[in-house]
Design a protein around this ligand. Structure first.
Ligand code: PMP
Length: 408
């Protein structure tokens, strides 16, 4: 099949991009928070809600067989997309947050003891901080942190000291939702593994911007959300190496995660169902497979070329603006930019730009420790997706300049 090799075709697949907001053509640059959905994702949700609907894994009737097939097919599509070795290694969850909580409770709950440590970085989303704090608190373990430098890079020089024998797991983002830098996860995984420590990679931002190969990375867990990958909300994935998932106790108990149940004792279903208690979001999972198919239908060269030209244009133009401070500086980055402007509050700028049709994120970005690191209370963020054009980047820069002027 011919791959999509132009951006107009990509845009034509997204009904949401045709709307006007505040009487202006929408320029949607809040993709780091959630992405818009292509037609094939919407169609799958509609098709299933309109009748291809029967609870999975439970009944012998036709509708149940169809939905079970779509659900398990999605697992296979996801497995291939991440290059996982086996379908049993793909657990469907409700998103990144649920996936990290699952690992914190099941892996951390089993392995952490008083005085042990969990290692994260200073640039994590709250979803990759709080679940670890909670399990550390209950186990009397410690949360250790890799600091970031002025440019937002992990202080790799401190890693050898931080990674001592008290560390039972490392959990870090592949790409921070604030800084947009591609972190040196390969080096971290290599160093952690040399000491026998497993590593979880939070791929919430990376999954949509760079190709993910969990076997090449050799990470022990990899997590992401469907909604940032053009899929539905309430969908997500926990990838885990089979032997490590096998060794973990289940999280939630309920239907589908059991083998036999008596009132005295329950035995659990094998992977992946052991971690999928209750009726899962099977419509969402089937639609997430469509989102992955959409991403795979685009020529990767087009995606990489667009990403690079937006990175080059945005970095150059942002840095020309007086009083603007860009957080996350370096060549290895994605088209996600967080910044502050002297004398202009991020929320005021975001509100003015919303009136111009530009959707941005402002605030603490669910990364309060990182805000504190840089001595600010809030930032403004523009984050791009496969359907964003250079013209939109130009409109964004022109609108930002106008908004700054209005506030000065
Ligand atoms: N980690 C990172 C790096 C993120 O960007 C996000 C979403 N902003 C999350 C975790 C949490 O994802 P979700 O809210 O979809 O569970």
């Amino acid at each position: 099949m011919n791959k999509i090799s132009d951006i107009e075709t990509i845009r034509s697949l997204f009904p949401a991009l045709e709307q006007t907001v505040n009487s202006r053509k929408l320029v949607y640059l809040d993709n780091g928070a959630t992405a818009q959905k292509p037609k094939q994702v919407i169609d799958m949700v509609n098709l299933m809600n309109s009748g291809v609907n029967g609870n999975i894994h439970r009944a012998v009737h036709e509708l149940s067989s169809k939905t079970t097939e779509l659900y398990e097919e999605s697992r296979e599509v996801t497995r291939k997309f991440m290059n996982a070795a086996q379908r049993e290694e793909i657990i469907f969850t409700s998103g990144t947050t649920a996936s990290i909580n699952l690992v914190a409770v099941c892996y951390g709950g089993k392995h952490l003891k008083k005085g042990d440590s969990v290692l994260i970085s200073e640039a994590e989303h709250h979803s990759n901080i709080v679940p670890w704090q909670m399990i550390c608190q209950s186990k009397e373990a410690n949360l250790r942190v890799i600091p970031v430098d002025e440019n937002g890079h992990w202080r790799m020089d401190m890693l050898d000291n931080l990674l001592d024998s008290s560390v039972k797991i490392v959990s870090v983002s592949h790409i921070s939702n604030v800084l947009g830098l591609i972190n040196p996860v390969e080096e971290l995984i290599f160093k952690a593994h040399a000491k026998g420590i497993p590593v979880l990679i939070d791929g919430a931002q990376s999954i949509v911007h760079i190709e993910t190969d969990v076997r090449k990375l050799d990470c022990d867990f990899y997590v992401f959300s469907g909604h940032k990958l053009y899929g539905p909300t309430g969908t997500g994935v926990l990838y885990g190496k089979r032997e490590i998932l096998d060794s973990m106790p289940p999280w939630m108990g309920g239907g589908d995660m059991v083998d036999t149940v008596t009132l005295e004792k329950t035995t659990y279903a094998p992977l992946p169902l052991k971690f999928e208690a209750g009726t899962p979001n099977f419509i969402g999972a089937a639609a997430m497979a469509e989102a992955i198919r959409f991403v795979e239908s685009i020529d990767r060269k087009l995606l990489d070329k667009m990403e690079q030209s937006i990175v080059d244009y945005m970095t150059e133009e942002l840095l020309k603006i007086d009083g603007l401070r860009l957080y996350g500086r370096g060549d290895s980055r994605i088209s996600l930019f967080s910044f502050t402007v002297n004398g202009a509050h991020p929320s005021d700028l975001a509100m003015i730009m919303d009136k111009m049709g530009v959707a941005l994120r402002s605030g603490q970005m669910c990364a309060e420790p990182l805000m504190r690191r840089f001595g600010v209370e809030a930032m403004l963020r523009a984050s791009f997706a496969a359907y964003n054009t250079i013209e939109e980047a130009e409109y964004f820069i022109a609108s930002l300049k106008r908004a700054i002027k209005m506030l000065s």
